[in-house]
Write a protein that binds this ligand. Structure first.
Ligand SMILES: [Zn+2]
Length: 423
């Protein structure tokens, strides 16, 4: 609730005051920056909507204030179905928001949580508009469209349309022209998460990612997707390894999910998802290996089945191309959420097959934890920043957390994991 009050207060403040001063200077790339946006033809037709009304045809990009207004208006119009969480704030103080959609019945039952998050690379904006339109479509379809109604009644849907607002509105709150991949510290947020090797990222953990890590830690997302642009391909885990080195335990399942996504979209427009592979999908590391990405962080540390969706070869589409992209992507995007229900029905077994639960008690605990079986591997304890804070020998059954600050920790022993809360 506190988060909601914060969000509304910020919206009102922003709407009452003038927009933030546009930054006059173009982005100054870091010397070591990997800057694929260079060479993207600009300017194109980036028509901006400076009011919610101007978004009606979905052939414009919202200004920052229009985005905030849209989120606020949906929350006001559908109070029984949704609310807005503030995940956190960016380096420059812009809001990182999440629309939470769930049917009334969900409040009585525990439903799987699903998470979409877009545009952590600020210039990859197709997913941003697709997510806004998805929110609008789901909310307006509730009660009339059977598929959407059932989905909202059985899945708690979290949609974060814009994970890097400083990058998207780098030049000004009123245009996406001049948007950039990085956050305001010129850090690539998708190289800034803890990774399965425990390798420290090049830069310190950025505020946008700290907020995301805390938010994800507060939830139990079973499936998610992380939306990008620059290619058209479904990129499934791992990114940290090639599939020869270390195939994801659910590779077969991922390939089926990706195939369904691509095939569905191709029934609406057969020309897409062809620039990387003919199938339209690939194991991330077989495309190129990256360290410290979010996808692997979610899979490895949170047992959340997250993939990376590259939605458009152009990072920034002409605004009048947006409706066509929605036309061929919308059913795939909705159906992907539905996959989480099949996980629950047991058709795919558990999410991450190599990460079996480690049984510990009591959980939450004030100080000590007991493992129900003596582990055959050493026991590692990680904080939510992915740093190892304790290491105990194999066979240890008693874990003493009393020296650690309160919070959420991940215990790992071999392929067994447990999320524990230290009070
Ligand atoms: Zn990207």
């Amino acid at each position: 609730m506190k988060k909601r009050i914060y969000f509304f207060a910020a919206v009102i403040t922003l709407l009452l005051t003038t927009t933030l001063q546009a930054q006059e200077l173009p982005p100054k790339p870091r010397p070591d920056a990997f800057a694929p946006e260079v060479g993207q033809p600009e300017p194109k037709a980036f028509n901006m909507a400076s009011s919610v009304d101007e978004m009606r045809q979905w052939d414009r990009y919202p200004t920052y204030n229009t985005y905030l207004s849209m989120m606020a208006q949906w929350a006001a119009a559908f109070p029984q179905l949704c609310h807005v969480d503030t995940i956190g704030t960016s380096v420059q103080g812009r809001l990182i928001l999440c629309m939470v959609i769930r049917g009334e019945s969900s409040y009585q039952n525990v439903h799987p949580e699903f998470f979409y998050s877009s545009t952590m690379h600020g210039d990859e904006v197709t997913g941003y508009v697709m997510m806004l339109r998805l929110i609008d479509t789901l909310l307006h379809g509730y009660g009339t469209n059977t598929q959407y109604t059932e989905l909202i009644n059985t899945v708690d849907i979290y949609i974060n349309p814009l994970a890097n607002p400083d990058g998207t509105y780098h030049y000004s709150n009123n245009t996406i022209q001049g948007s950039m991949r990085y956050n305001a510290n010129y850090v690539d947020l998708n190289r800034n998460f803890p990774d399965p090797f425990g390798t420290d990222p090049l830069d310190s953990l950025q505020p946008e990612n700290t907020a995301m890590i805390n938010y994800v830690g507060d939830h139990n997302f079973r499936m998610s997707a992380n939306l990008h642009g620059g290619s058209e391909v479904m990129n499934y885990p791992w990114d940290s390894f090639t599939s020869l080195e270390n195939p994801h335990p659910n590779s077969d399942w991922w390939q089926e999910v990706c195939k369904r996504f691509v095939d569905t979209s191709r029934t609406y427009n057969n020309n897409h998802f062809r620039d990387v592979t003919s199938s339209g999908y690939i194991a991330g590391g077989d495309w190129y290996v990256i360290p410290n990405g979010r996808q692997d962080y979610m899979n490895y540390y949170h047992n959340c089945l997250e993939m990376t969706m590259e939605l458009s070869t152009d990072k920034k589409l002409n605004s009048d191309e947006l409706p066509e992209y929605w036309r061929f992507l919308q059913h795939s995007l909705v159906n992907y959420i539905e996959e989480v229900r099949h996980l629950n029905n047991g058709t795919q077994g558990i999410g991450v097959a190599d990460q079996r639960p480690l049984k510990v008690y009591p959980n939450p605990t004030r100080d000590k934890l007991l493992l129900s079986e003596a582990p055959t591997h050493e026991v590692q304890v990680f904080n939510m920043q992915g740093q190892q804070v304790l290491l105990l020998p194999a066979g240890t059954r008693l874990v003493d957390l009393s020296t650690l600050p309160g919070g959420i920790y991940m215990l790992r022993s071999g392929s067994h994991t447990a999320k524990v809360v230290k009070q």
